[in-house]
Design a protein around this ligand. Structure first.
Ligand code: GDP
Ligand code: ZN
Length: 458
């Protein structure tokens, strides 16, 4: 158990009129009190806020005018004592306050450490903790909604429901083991078991199907714009960035801060791949060669392949089509303001199933249809996005995939009439894997729960 007191700036660094330095841990209040002039914070009620001055105890110099909130355990986010120091938003001022707390004995919090404490202290479960992280990184309203729902415990509830159903299966297994002499009991419970297991399996599969959307909401739809020189790639990029708010994000918590560019198209975050490449070298394929551009393409979830309406289809165009075979592609015929040279029948043949959109980027035509095309590809018809529980976390996807497999082993076993205790092992394993998602798989609780729901007269 962590018992030290941690401190960090908990508001985004940058402008902002107010910034907050947050302390959490057993010494939070006394530590803040040691540098606060105005009131004795050790004496104030919990969940109250106080105006005063921060003094550097070494020099007795005033550092800042502040508002200090005192929140005592356990009704806090971390379930520890929390003090929040509200100070002026400037970088210098907030850093000075942070440094002061460190010099007084607080430890600089690691990324996510407040949330980790909330989890360790039982305030939230693991999937909710992960949702807090997602929320911080959310790039669109939709991604934010997914994270909010997860934080709200939707995924947890669903997982717990599935685990409960598995416990019922295990209860039926127990009946079978305890009363092997009654054939009809065995038959009945077998049937119930298979039915319940199948239901859980279906739910897991359904959840896994949402993983693709979840990943995209979380990481953005990796999008590459390709095409011959001069067809309008840069113009397309600019149009997308211009029409939709571009979001440049730095991903915190990595040693090397990756800068990525996102545009939000109807709630779908596009992560524009190698945009620098396109912007600076202009002609991806020509400059970096076909091999390298294949690599770039492999990273992409979506290809925007641009052609020139004022030109015939060339060998180079056809090579590009070959390079993106099997991928999600939207074909864009640009420069429709120019006299048409492109052979549309030929294009339809080359393009196969890929949707074709015509644009005149110079006249700002066709961008709407392009955006419709993009959101169609993402939502694949009419998924109800408002009310879905998306899987948006790699760890959850892995665990669910494993759970699905062990459950399939169990079902195979049941169908093949395997000894019931073999089936029991697989179902128990599935139950544990699901438990890892919410972070509370403990053998003991399996025993307790089994016991509590298992009266059957003994
Ligand atoms: P890239 O080399 O594929 O990135 O193409 P650019 O976006 O740099 O555009 C090349 C040239 O085509 C520029 O002079 C653009 O102004 C022009 N251009 C782009 N879109 C259109 C369009 O829809 N119609 C016409 N007539 N010209 C366009
Ligand atoms: Zn260009």
């Amino acid at each position: 158990m962590d018992t030290d007191t941690i401190s960090a700036i908990s508001t985004p660094v940058g402008e902002g009129a107010i910034a907050i330095v947050r302390l959490s841990g057993p010494e939070a209040v006394s530590l803040a009190n040691g540098m606060f002039q105005g009131k004795d914070l050790n004496q104030v009620d919990t969940h109250t806020i106080h105006y005063g001055k921060l003094l550097d105890p070494k020099t007795n110099e005033m550092v800042e005018e502040v508002m200090v909130s005192v929140m005592r355990a356990p009704k806090t986010f971390t379930r520890e004592d929390i003090v929040e120091i509200n100070c002026h938003g400037g970088l210098v001022s907030v850093n000075r306050v942070l440094e002061l707390t460190l010099s007084q004995g607080a430890r600089l919090a690691e990324p996510g450490e407040f949330t980790k404490r909330a989890f360790l202290n039982g305030r939230i479960d693991l999937s909710q903790a992960e949702a807090v992280m997602d929320l911080i990184r959310a790039k669109t309203d939709r991604a934010m909604n997914v994270a909010l729902k997860q934080m709200d415990g939707r995924l947890s509830h669903l997982i717990q429901k599935l685990r409960q159903e598995l416990l019922e299966v295990l209860a039926q297994v127990e009946v079978n083991i305890d009363y092997p002499e009654y054939d009809d009991v065995e038959e009945m419970t077998n049937e119930l078991m298979i039915q319940n297991t199948r239901q859980v399996h279906q739910e897991i599969e359904r959840l896994l199907r949402t993983a693709k959307q979840g990943k995209i909401l979380r990481e953005g739809l990796g999008t590459a714009i390709v095409g011959r020189p001069n067809v309008g790639k840069s113009s397309l990029m600019n149009a997308l960035v211009h029409e939709n708010k571009a979001i440049v994000t730095e991903i915190p918590g990595t040693t090397r801060d990756v800068i990525e560019e996102y545009v939000n198209v109807r709630g779908v975050p596009l992560r524009l791949i190698d945009t620098a490449g396109i912007r600076e070298t202009e002609d991806l394929v020509e400059k970096i060669g076909v091999e390298r551009s294949r690599q770039v393409l492999q990273e992409a979830d979506l290809i925007l392949l641009v052609l020139n309406n004022g030109d015939t289809i060339t060998q180079e165009d056809k090579k590009l089509f070959e390079a993106v075979e099997g991928m999600d592609v939207i074909v864009i015929v640009n420069k429709t303001d120019l006299p048409q040279q492109i052979d549309m029948d030929e294009l339809r043949e080359v393009a196969g199933d890929h949707p074709i959109v015509s644009t005149s980027l110079i006249e700002e035509q066709g961008i709407d249809q392009l955006e419709t095309s993009i959101s169609d590809i993402f939502f694949e018809g009419d998924i109800d996005t408002g009310d879905m529980t998306y899987l948006s976390n790699v760890r959850h996807v892995q665990l669910l995939n494993q759970a699905k497999e062990t459950l399939e082993d169990a079902m195979d076993g049941m169908n093949a009439g395997m000894p019931i205790d073999m089936v029991q092992i697989d179902v128990t394993r599935t139950w544990e894997l699901l438990g890892e998602i919410v972070g509370d798989t403990v053998q003991e609780s399996l025993i307790d729960q089994l016991f509590s729901q298992f009266c059957l007269g003994k």
